[in-house]
Design a protein around this ligand. Structure first.
Ligand SMILES: C[S@@+](CC[C@H](N)C(=O)[O-])C[C@H]1O[C@@H](n2cnc3c(N)ncnc32)[C@H](O)[C@@H]1O
Length: 270
């Protein structure tokens, strides 16, 4: 039994993609999935799921376009400036107080790396006991889209990625003209790992800060609840969870987390 069985043609297509490309659809909102597949079917002039499956067999390029449409890996450095300002002013200073140990962070659904690198940059801007806080920080950054992770690992970015990053930080932490390269000291703070948040446990808990922004929106409510519960279990006491601005908490998570900043979706464990 699969949750798509009420639509056998769609179920066959989903099974094919899951098998061939290790793409887990089980937790996806049906409306979201259908809309994205429909966009590609329209673009290729195909009318049935069956014909679209045949097209995927003979056109590897179309397969990539479909996976791009399904994962939507749009991101930027410093995306949603106010969220990063709140992280810099309220979250990082709490986590690097004298006497605190290592600073362990996880960016879940990191796409091409702009989010974890932004975090690494902001941590590098802070000091603890006269030392750069970067020396105590480790950031795991995960995504299940291999192509995004490959881009993240190169640490090279074109102009569009920098639209929201303050110029001073661009100049301080990147070298060269477009494409700019992230400096090695920032690169080395982040460990990229391929990981499916709907199917695998958190990579290397416990964490002091988990960021999962603009990822939960793709999943049905039950999955969102389960994932947030996994995040809470993976946090140290007093650890922070940051969601995307369009995301919110459901169910028991509301009782297990304190709201630190409603607008920026920053929560904390007690
Ligand atoms: C819109 S991007 C968000 C990037 C970044 N967090 C930000 O807010 O700028 C969503 C990312 O979630 C990833 N994603 C979707 N489903 C996932 C899953 N089950 N496991 C891991 N990553 C997933 C996609 O591959 C994509 O890179």
């Amino acid at each position: 039994m699969s949750r798509w069985d009420h639509d056998p043609d769609l179920a066959t297509l989903v099974k094919k993609i899951a098998l061939e490309r290790r793409f887990g659809f089980d937790a996806y909102k049906e409306s979201c999935l259908k809309r994205r597949v429909a966009v590609r079917m329209r673009a290729t002039g195909v009318e049935t799921y069956d014909d679209y499956a045949t097209l995927l067999d003979r056109d590897a390029g179309e397969y990539e376009k479909l996976l791009d449409a399904l994962t939507i890996n749009v991101t930027k450095f410093y995306r949603n400036r106010e969220t990063w300002e709140a992280i810099a002013q309220k979250v990082i200073p709490q986590l690097i107080q004298p006497g605190s140990g290592q600073l362990r962070c996880w960016s879940a659904g990191c796409a091409s790396g702009e989010e974890p690198y932004t975090l690494a940059i902001l941590i590098s801007e802070c000091e603890r006991n006269g030392e750069q806080a970067a020396s105590i920080a480790h950031i795991d950054a995960s995504d299940f889209d291999k192509r995004s992770l490959d881009r993240a690992s190169t640490g090279e970015y074109g102009d569009a990625a920098f639209e929201e990053l303050p110029t001073l930080l661009t100049q301080r932490y990147f070298t060269g003209e477009s494409p700019r390269s992230i400096k090695p000291e920032i690169r080395s703070m982040v460990r990229f790992v391929r990981h499916d948040i709907t199917r695998e446990p958190p990579p290397n808990p416990p964490y002091d800060l988990i960021m999962c922004r603009n990822v939960l929106i793709y999943f049905d409510r039950e999955t969102q609840e389960r994932l947030v519960s996994n995040f809470i279990d993976a946090l140290n006491p007093g650890g922070y969870l940051v969601l995307g601005r369009a995301e919110t908490l459901f169910g028991q998570a509301r009782e297990r987390l304190k709201l630190e900043d409603a607008r920026e979706r920053i929560y904390r464990t007690s």
